[in-house]
Design a protein. Structure first.
Length: 138
């Protein structure tokens, strides 16, 4: 597990840095980021296979930020502890957001992740240890 301060931007792999994973809340109490090694390894493999840029739209989330998301009835988010809170989930999309790129990215994600959530303009992926593949729509 990588743990680093929000004030830092460590290089985590060839194509990903710490800034991409920081919690998006504005709380002064949120000062650390957690990202699992397995998540970074899988994301880099996806990036290599996809051959184009990938944007992390949401990475690590502190408990306070996750709780605030639960209060918005328009958002569908975990009712219990989120995989984002555990540092083993991200929401991602292609840099070049087209239907074709979303379709291609989904195929690549399926090679590397068992757990994939499908939204209109992003995918949720995580490294939970379920035995079976999980797919769902937002």
């Amino acid at each position: 597990m990588h743990v680093f301060l929000k004030s830092t931007n460590p290089k985590l792999s060839d194509n990903f840095t710490g800034n991409e994973f920081h919690c998006q809340c504005k709380s002064l109490e949120c000062h650390k980021t957690w990202v699992s090694d397995s998540l970074i390894t899988k994301l880099q493999a996806v990036r290599d296979d996809f051959g184009e840029g990938i944007i992390i739209t949401s990475g690590y989330r502190c408990a306070s930020h996750q709780a605030s998301l639960r209060t918005n009835p328009l958002l569908k988010t975990a009712s219990g502890k989120s995989t984002h809170e555990m540092g083993c989930a991200v929401d991602i999309r292609p840099v070049n957001l087209t239907t074709e790129n979303m379709d291609e990215l989904l195929v690549v994600l399926g090679r590397h992740f068992k757990s994939i959530g499908l939204a209109i303009n992003f995918f949720h992926v995580d490294t939970r240890l379920d035995k079976d593949k999980r797919r769902w729509k937002y």
